[in-house]
Write a protein that binds this ligand. Structure first.
Ligand code: PGA
Length: 244
């Protein structure tokens, strides 16, 4: 269960979140919990989660270890500060910052080089769904962003299916719609990396996941977890999702 705070919260807010959140998930079992705050809050989050079993991730990274790349943060730096995960190619990065499939591959490789687990986002926009192009879009993202990886690299990747029309809109994909997309993605994994890789890969659903819809979504066979935006900002609601 991963939370994506996007561009919300200060370090003080981050401390307050974890003070409230940690006791609520202290008994959570058989679930990996990840919070992905903005860069400015990573230190606070990592301090707060020490020895708690809760992992911290970043929301983006730059490929390369260091260099004259003003405004960017490398996987090397994220590893050094204690991050364990990094979100790659969120639809907001694709849409507002023009991230393309070749960038996705470079970022995944950079994450893996520095021991970070990439959470790689794929998903169609509303017009693409309405035009019946969902599978085509997912296939293009898979072929361009994930298929070029070596099998050992792919084995360390988490995929997040996030239909863009469901993000921040309160319009969750129905469990059936989400399951169909997850099944399609798992099929692509099987074709490229084999049945074992397809069975092992974790595919998270993201898009308006809330405490009251998480149970149904998670009951679908191919949905292994969630990438939660808005509902991860509140310790009670994210804890309810983790503990569903
Ligand atoms: P949401 O965001 O839960 O607010 O819809 C999900 C995401 O963008 O990762």
């Amino acid at each position: 269960m991963a939370g994506n705070w996007k561009m919300y919260k200060t370090p003080a807010d981050t401390h307050a979140f974890f003070e409230a959140f940690k006791p609520l998930v202290a008994d959570a079992k058989n679930v990996d919990i990840v919070l992905c705050p903005p860069f400015a809050d990573l230190h606070a989050a990592i301090t707060e989660t020490a020895n708690s079993g809760i992992a911290v991730g970043a929301q983006n990274l730059y490929w390369g270890k260091e260099g004259a790349v003003t405004g960017e943060v490398s996987g090397h730096m994220l590893q050094a500060i204690g991050c364990q995960y990094v979100i790659i190619a969120h639809s907001e990065r694709r849409q507002y910052f023009g991230e393309s499939e070749p960038d996705v591959v470079r970022k995944i490789e950079a994450a893996l080089e520095y021991g970070l687990t990439p959470i790689v986002c794929v998903g169609e926009r509303l017009e693409e769904r309405e035009e019946g192009r969902t599978e085509e879009v997912l296939a293009t993202m898979f072929d361009g962003g994930l298929a070029p990886l070596a099998a050992e690299q792919f084995a360390k990747v988490v995929i997040a299916y996030e239909p863009v029309w469901a993000i921040g809109t309160g319009k969750t994909a129905t469990p059936e719609i989400a399951e169909a997309a997850h099944r399609f993605i798992r099929g692509k994994v099987a074709e490229k990396f084999g049945a074992d890789a397809a069975a092992a890969v974790r595919i998270l659903y993201g898009g308006s996941v809330k405490p009251d819809n998480v149970t149904k979504l998670m009951s679908e066979e191919d949905i292994d977890g969630a990438l939660v935006g808005g509902a991860s900002l509140d310790p009670k609601s994210f804890a309810a999702i983790v503990n569903f």
